[in-house]
Design a protein. Sequence first.
Length: 87
Amino acid sequence: MSSSPQILATASQLGPLLQAARKAKGMTQSSLASRIGLSQSRVSHLELNAHELSVEQLLAWCSVLDLELAVGLRGVLAPYSGKSADW
């Protein structure tokens, strides 16, 4: 998997990205499942149907795979500083 940021525009792009990241880490679906509290069959299902992932599941998945989730305006990709915004 590339170390450069991957920009997703649709939910259908998320599953293959998560699967590729898992494989790049040398993890099986079973090993990932045990780390995020899901069954292997659920991990398999979610890799094919990523639109069903909850935000909590997605963040846990990203944590285990050392992925970072960033949200920003289209066309502008800036690194997250870790500082909270003044709302």
